[in-house]
Design a protein around this ligand. Structure first.
Ligand code: UDP
Length: 327
């Protein structure tokens, strides 16, 4: 019953690895280390390889007796996807198709997929439920939706089943502070604003202050990375027990504007966040808030770190004590 955690050295993957190891789940991490960090694995088994390298992935599956896969190996920056869509189609679609075909040929049929709320596009109603129409407004969301369609078709045609987990804004860090968020370059709000607090950046750029939201800045649903980890494990168990392929939203159901996150960071750190008002970033919907009722009801998922201050406390702890200061 060994699990392969693809992209397991990245931000979300490494927290899932930590969570699963605490439960003694046998696993191997498979990661090309283009974005991830081997140190984040804290000694878990690592095979360095790309999801698009069918031969290497097959040999990893055989060597470890892999029976299920969680895939975190994807490109994730909305702004970059608008500027460099070819990168996103190559990795998030083309190489992911190679990966899926490798799983079919190796007889691995349980697949947990990192999807995103970006597949919904501009909300027609809030909170977003899984049956909200999908109309992504950036290439990142479109590549993730493309794979959701592939998964549906494969599950219908082949001996294959999946969970599509549609994350809202993954955030926070291991409360013990051993691992956390460290992208190069960093594009996400919370690590960027904490770097500005520390003086590693002159200011946090606030992208857009004229959205149709209460304070003019974008509203997002921030969900702690360890709550995502819990959901992955529950989703895999559900898949194994029921054989039912499903899609689930994973969010807290609460929206926080960029300004509210800044205020929370000032409360938690006791320090001011220097801010610079900038134009809107391309590809950003004004508000994304999810309903995770389906995950609560079917998976028994119960987020443990829902408060924005708790999310920021864990991120700040990591950022101050451990994060490599390489900005
Ligand atoms: N954001 C911002 N300044 C930054 C980075 C992000 O104002 O330096 C805003 C961004 O426009 C969005 C929100 O913060 O409204 C969350 O962005 P992030 O990139 O963290 O996640 P995304 O929602 O794109 O997945």
């Amino acid at each position: 019953m060994t699990l392969a955690i693809l992209g397991g050295a990245g931000y979300i993957g490494s927290h899932v690895v930590q969570y699963l190891r605490a439960l003694n789940v046998p696993l191997v991490v498979y990661d090309n280390l283009s974005q991830g960090h081997a140190e984040s694995l804290l000694g878990a088994d690592l095979v360095v390889g790309d999801i698009g390298d069918a031969e290497r992935l097959s040999s990893c599956i055989r060597q470890y007796g892999v029976t299920g896969v969680m895939n975190f190996a994807g490109l994730i920056a909305v702004g970059e996807s608008v500027k460099e869509p070819a990168l996103y189609y190559a990795n998030n679609v083309s190489r992911t198709l190679t990966l899926l075909d490798t799983l079919l040929s190796e007889g691995v049929r349980d697949f947990v997929f990192s999807s995103t709320c970006a597949i919904y596009g501009m909300p027609q109603f809030l909170p977003l439920t899984e049956d909200h129409p999908t109309n992504p407004i950036n290439p990142y969301g479109r590549t993730k939706l493309a794979i959701e369609f592939v998964l549906e078709d494969y599950a219908r045609a082949y001996d294959f089943r999946y969970m599509s987990l549609r994350y809202f804004n993954a955030s926070g860090a291991d409360p013990a502070g051993q691992i956390g968020e460290c992208h190069q370059p960093e594009t996400h709000l919370i690590p960027l604003l904490l770097e500005a607090v520390q003086g590693h950046r002159p200011a946090l750029s606030v992208f857009g202050n004229d959205y149709d939201t209460p304070d003019g800045t974008c509203v997002r649903d921030y969900i702690h990375v360890l709550d995502l980890a819990q959901a992955h494990w529950l989703a895999l168990q559900f898949l194994r027990e029921t054989g039912r392929s499903e899609a689930f939203n994973l969010g807290n159901g609460q929206g926080h504007s960029v300004r509210e996150v800044i205020q929370a960071a000032e409360r938690v750190t006791g320090l001011p966040v220097p801010v610079s008002e900038q134009p809107r970033r391309e590809g950003d919907p004004p508000v994304l808030i999810g309903s995770s009722r389906k995950a609560f009801d079917l998976l028994g998922w119960q987020p443990q770190y829902a408060e924005i201050d708790t999310i920021l406390e864990t991120a700040w702890n990591w950022q101050q004590r451990w994060k490599p200061q390489a900005v």
